[in-house]
Design a protein around this ligand. Structure first.
Ligand SMILES: [Zn+2]
Ligand SMILES: [Zn+2]
Length: 299
């Protein structure tokens, strides 16, 4: 069960506060949102999805095809969790009052449009609409929707992720749900590059000198930069496709088994801004940075 992912969040948040200096501004809102999600699922446990068939899925993985497991979600649950997360953000930041009021109206409308179930695409369309209508800025929309979606996905797909033969997978996208990664780590025991799906949490080893987005393996096109002196967060970039992802060097801190990379991602959004200012876009498609922040530069 995903209790590991949720219940260990306070420890991971304090570890990240120690490691990343830039986390202090966002830390209260991240803590409040994790708490709200945890409280919600304690009272509304999800029914697990049937586990994928080992033989069929292994055949597919060997053929280089992602399982593309993208279950429809209950709209009522989706809307309820979106509201809980929005309210938690409001408690920390009262300036969001008007935005949250508007959001609640939009979520109710969404529920009447899709009274039963919604797909990942329907949910992404709602997010895009809220951005287009300027209800939400890009970064807040990404935070709200990725927190909600990944909470459902991680719990419902965890048992399948455990049986999936990720060791046979060489691709850059998620072998289980097909999303493109936003972060990964250098494993503490051997320094191998392990990518993690931001959505379903599946992890897989990926060739260290290889772009997960365009499969480029030319060493001169691939590089990384880092900012803080501890060099734990690296921005890996590819000069061929001009995209980036973040890699956390777990060899450099005391990483136990319950390492939650999604919190490391939230603690290092300053690196996403640096990457955008260097001209790279997120290969994951997740916009953690607003356009006006990127263009706010001295040429
Ligand atoms: Zn996935
Ligand atoms: Zn590339």
């Amino acid at each position: 069960m995903s209790h590991i992912y949720f219940s260990s969040y306070p420890d991971e948040i304090s570890r990240c506060s120690r490691i990343y200096k830039g986390f202090s501004d966002a830390e209260p809102i991240v803590s409040a949102v994790f708490k709200a999600i945890n409280n919600y699922f304690e009272k509304h446990p999800l029914n697990p999805l049937p586990i994928i068939d080992l033989e069929d899925s292994t055949k597919q993985i060997r053929a280089g095809e992602s399982i593309n497991l993208n279950p429809a979600l209950s709209t009522k649950d989706v809307v309820e969790l979106l509201k809980r997360i929005s309210e938690a953000m409001l408690v920390v930041n009262p300036q969001l009052k008007e935005i949250v009021e508007h959001l609640k109206g939009s979520f109710d409308l969404f529920l009447s449009d899709f009274p039963d179930k919604v797909s990942k695409k329907d949910i992404k369309d709602l997010r895009d609409l809220l951005i287009k209508e300027t209800v939400l800025e890009q970064d807040l929309a990404t935070f709200l929707f990725s927190m909600m979606l990944s909470s459902f996905y991680r719990q419902q797909l965890e048992s399948s992720s455990e049986v999936l033969r990720t060791d046979l997978w060489e691709g850059g996208d998620c072998p289980l749900c097909g999303e493109k990664p936003h972060f990964g780590m250098l494993r503490s025991e051997d320094g191998a590059k392990v990518l993690e799906c931001w959505l379903c949490g599946t992890r897989w080893v990926h060739t260290r000198i290889k772009c997960p987005f365009c499969n480029n393996e030319e060493q001169e096109d691939l590089g990384y930069f880092t900012a803080e002196s501890n060099e734990i967060c690296r921005v890996n970039f590819c000069k061929l496709c001009c995209q980036y992802y973040k890699v956390f060097d777990a060899r450099k801190f005391d990483a136990d088994g319950a390492l939650s990379l999604s919190i490391h991602n939230l603690a290092t959004l300053a690196y996403d801004l640096l990457a955008r200012k260097e001209g790279f876009t997120a290969g994951s498609g997740l916009d953690w940075v607003n356009e006006n922040e990127v263009s706010d530069r001295q040429d």
